[in-house]
Design a binder for this molecule. Structure first.
Ligand code: UD1
Ligand code: CA
Length: 483
């Protein structure tokens, strides 16, 4: 499902950039990644640190880290800010190195916080926790352009570059420096090539440049962008890579941009699903917040939300308005409108919904029918069984070929303990039955409608547990007295 199309192109292929890498032509230098995530994100107007805002169901920073891990870096550093303990907590237990930037003094200062832990012979890839849509292929290409004597810079041609640092090139097209928008002259502001902020630099040189940064600029900050001119002065060549897809390098500063990026990601997911052989009723009304594995000729109607890991077999059909989280469905299974499935699985040729709810631990075998207003939790339903209307099955084992009548409830909870209901193969449960667990209904048994079953029901027989019907002769309905 990965797109293989090339997403970037080198604008000015520098001859020097083609020289053999490394000192003795030996392998690529190890890569250390530094992700800047210290920004507070004031414009989000949120209690949450910006990089924890969710895009397609996952924090912004999660997207960056996952892309980064595809590069298998030697080390992954995250620069977090004062008060950013929530950020650390959200990624607790992961293989990350945290560097605190207590005060935000600029992007150069931020990178500097991670440098003590980075060896001289590494390449340093600088990324941003709020720029979540970069593709691993783009980063790989960028890294391949860098070396011990070469700095690679990701740039982008912008229709409106307002606010961005401008990439300044000489007459021969070589990158000489970056000037921030607020420090730029009118002529420089006419340059439409913007700095994405993403770069790869040799650690030894970068360390030296960062130490020499000055904050004598419009924002009084230590700009990472100033290292470009320093590199040029030190005879380090700059290898630019121009991103061809602007959306890849977009950052998030407010919720409007967050929604824009959500739309981009939605479309990426939709495209991948369609290329994998699924038909989407409307790619703009398709939300994938996790991983989706698809068979062929799957049909997905509008407003379906996929979360976690969802696997759909060949020819599966998902009706409108369904939510599926961590679900596996076998071939030819149909989920009808407005059903909610979570941590559930079904075999082939099942029919689920409309308005069905499968809760964690619902496991349906093949050809099972689960109809409207039926809730299944922590239960197995064997082949060909049906619960078509208004039923709750919790902590139950249902055999094959069972018919569960409308309004059947497994009473699995006494307020403290959960108990199991076991229903044998070929059982028929009459409508409106209460099965008070723990209880077993033997193979082939029939339960009369409206029964409250508190004792095991023997196999092959009819069991009824309801009061007898009586008709009271000569009974008269009370009548209103005439006034
Ligand atoms: C930066 C670039 C600019 C580029 C733009 C692209 C600099 C000086 N400028 O500008 O050339 O066009 O990104 O979006 O680098 N951060 C920290 N600590 C700090 C400052 C920033 O962690 O002290 C993080 C922020 O959280 C953010 C990123 O660095 O993720 C960029 O910072 P921001 O202040 O938004 O830089 P820009 O002014 O947009
Ligand atoms: Ca920014």
């Amino acid at each position: 499902m990965k797109r293989t199309a090339k997403k970037t192109s080198r604008k000015t292929p520098p001859k020097a950039a083609r020289a053999p890498r490394g000192t003795a032509g030996v392998g690529t230098p190890p890569l250390s990644v530094v992700v800047l995530a210290a920004g507070q994100g004031k414009r989000m107007n949120s209690a949450l640190p910006k990089v924890l805002q969710k895009l397609a169901g996952a924090p912004l920073l999660r997207h960056v880290l996952e892309t980064t891990r595809e590069l298998a870096p030697a080390a992954l550093h995250v620069v977090y800010g004062h008060g950013g303990e929530a950020v650390r907590a959200a990624f607790d237990g992961e293989v990350l190195q945290w560097a605190l930037q207590a005060e935000q003094k600029g992007t150069g200062h931020a990178v500097q916080q991670a440098m003590p832990a980075i060896p001289d012979d590494h390449l340093v890839l600088v990324l941003y926790g709020d720029v979540p849509l970069l593709r691993a292929a783009t980063l790989r290409e960028l890294v391949s352009l860098a070396g011990p004597k070469r700095l690679a810079l990701l740039t982008v041609e912008l229709a409106d570059p307002t606010g961005y640092g401008r990439v300044l090139r000489d007459a021969r097209g070589r990158v000489r420096s970056i000037v921030e928008h607020r420090d730029a002259s009118a002529a420089q502001r006419r340059v439409r090539e913007g700095n994405t902020g993403v770069l790869v630099a040799p650690a030894r040189s970068l360390r030296g440049w960062l130490a020499r940064l000055r904050s004598n600029n419009a924002q009084g900050e230590f700009y990472l962008t100033d290292v470009i001119a320093m590199a040029v002065r030190d005879g380090i060549s700059i290898a630019p890579l121009v991103a061809t897809e602007e959306s890849e390098v977009l950052g998030v500063n407010d919720r409007l941009q967050l929604a824009q990026l959500e739309a981009v990601l939605r479309r990426r997911h939709a495209d991948a699903a369609m290329l994998a052989g699924a038909q989407l009723a409307d790619p703009a009304r398709f939300d994938q917040r996790g991983t989706l594995e698809l068979g062929r000729d799957v049909f997905i109607d509008v407003n379906v939300v996929f979360e976690g890991t969802v696997r759909l077999g060949d020819r599966v059909r998902i009706g409108p308005g369904c939510v599926l989280r961590d679900v596996t469905l076998g071939a030819d299974t149909v989920v009808q409108a407005h059903s909610v499935l979570e941590q559930a699985e079904a075999g082939v040729h099942c029919s689920i919904g409309p308005f069905a709810r499968l809760r964690p631990g619902a496991r349906l075998a093949d050809q099972v029918h689960i109809g409207n207003y039926v809730e299944i939790k922590n239960s197995t339903i064997a082949t060909g069984s049906k619960a078509n209307h208004l039923t709750y099955l919790g902590d139950a084992s249902v055999g094959a070929g069972v018919n569960v009548g409308a309004g059947t409830i497994s009473c699995n909870y006494d307020g403290v303990n959960k108990a199991r209901t076991v229903i044998g193969d070929g059982v028929f449960i009459g409508s409106g039955s209460m099965l008070v667990a723990p209880v077993t209904v033997g193979e082939g048994a029939t339960i009369g409608a409206g029964s409250t079953i508190t004792e095991d029901a023997p196999p092959g027989q009819l069991t009824l547990a309801r009061s007898r019907q009586v008709t009271v002769a000569r009974w008269k309905r009370p009548a209103k007295r005439p006034r």
